[in-house]
Design a protein around this ligand. Structure first.
Ligand SMILES: Cc1ncc(COP(=O)(O)O)c(C=O)c1O
Length: 381
């Protein structure tokens, strides 16, 4: 029988104040900062429910008040051995998900939690994939949902959300303008902003558990992932940290976080050596999923990268487009945001930052099928 995890509490990382998770929060009642969940206890191989072909095989470490009311088979995605920049790289195909992106890990857990604690209507803002994913799970769980997204977001993502029954509101302006517009409505409807509500990270942490299990209960030497706000970086860090703390692994993988050079606030701050935001002048990028200029969890994401001995990389547009073509010609039809990961990976391999014999995992976060127009234009097809 699956072990039941000890409930989490919300913690304000700035003040240390705690609140029970029986009531949903998206920010701290004391100073309005974002909240985290208390650390989880991790799991051992025996805790895995191997009969479950989804992330719920790790239910023993997912701290929901009750078993999930709905699952669409999210998680347990393929880990594929491929060649990249002349060496072997394991591609974690996170686009094998119900809505086509890695976000389903976070949405499945966060929306099941919100439903269980009595939330019936949610508000979200998104560059596209998180909104598609949240709309998918809102449909599965019969929750009402309102999603604000940039008017310039890929049409396929807008249609995907609308088809799922979401009230979709395109907003003129940048990704950060959309986030501001959502915050302005947050007193009326529960704000389930995936960059704020920490049960989203309770879901994305299962990526670490899955990599560990798929590698025969070993840790890769490094994980390379695109970075917008950091739900994948944080998920990896939280999951591997839980495994480290419970003694299931004896080291952390180095986490490399790839931004688009045209919009790289984390990279600029990483390069400064400090953790005070270096304000950037964002330029348009084909990697629209990572075009956030105002990070929510700046210190935490940078600490996750630094503590593991990893780094950030800023990928220029031409290299992102080249990586997009390279992925496709290997059979990986990913979206431009994911291609940034390939561009960063090339730099890390060619500079020798990643050693020849090391086990490297690249996270392929989203499918190209939602961005065919952009891909066609970028590759002159
Ligand atoms: C395909 C894809 N990859 C990566 C990211 C970046 O994720 P995060 O903002 O959690 O760092 C996003 C965000 O929307 C995305 O859509």
């Amino acid at each position: 029988m699956t072990k039941t995890p000890k409930p989490a509490v919300y913690i304000n990382p700035r003040t240390g104040a705690e609140w029970p998770t029986a009531t949903a929060l998206w920010r701290a009642p004391d100073d309005g900062s974002y909240v985290n969940l208390s650390p989880g206890a991790g799991l051992s191989p025996e805790d895995i429910d191997t009969s479950e072909r989804s992330l719920w095989r790790y239910a023993a470490a997912i701290r929901l008040p009750a078993p999930p009311a709905a699952s669409l088979g999210e998680g347990w995605t393929p880990l594929i051995d491929a060649e990249w920049a002349g060496r072997s790289v394991l591609m974690k195909a996170e686009y094998f998900m119900p809505s086509g992106s890695f976000k389903d890990r976070g949405s499945a857990v966060m929306l099941n939690y919100l439903k269980q604690v009595g939330v019936s209507k949610i508000l979200e803002d998104s560059s596209g994939n998180a909104g598609s994913s949240i709309a998918t799970y809102a449909a599965a769980l019969d929750l009402q949902c309102r999603i604000l997204l940039p008017a310039a977001a890929p049409e396929a993502k807008r249609i995907q959300m609308a088809a799922m029954g979401a009230d979709v509101v395109p907003i003129d302006g940048s990704r950060d303008d959309v986030a501001r517009a959502a915050l302005a409505e947050a007193d009326e409807v529960f704000y389930a902003g995936h960059n704020h509500q920490p049960f989203f990270l309770e879901g994305t942490k299962t990526l670490a558990f899955e990599l560990w299990e798929q590698l025969g209960f070993q840790v890769p030497d490094c994980v390379v992932t695109p970075l917008g706000q950091g739900s994948n970086v944080m998920g990896c860090h939280i999951g591997f940290q839980e495994l480290l703390a419970c003694g299931a692994i004896d080291k952390m993988p180095r986490i490399y976080a790839i931004q688009a050079a045209n919009c790289a606030p984390y990279h600029a701050t990483f390069q400064s050596g400090g953790d005070t935001l270096v304000v950037i002048d964002p330029q348009p990028t084909i990697a629209d999923g990572i075009a956030s200029a105002t990070p929510v969890r700046l210190r935490e994401v940078l600490a996750a990268v630094r503590e593991t001995g990893g780094a950030t990389v800023a990928a220029p547009e031409a290299e992102i487009i080249a990586a997009l073509g390279n992925f496709a010609r290997k059979g990986f039809f990913v979206e431009p945001t994911t291609a940034a990961c390939g561009a960063g990976l090339t730099r890390l391999i060619e500079s020798g930052e990643i050693g020849e014999k090391e086990t490297v995992v690249a996270i392929l976060t989203g499918t190209g099928l939602k961005a065919v127009d952009k891909i066609g234009a970028a590759l002159n097809l």
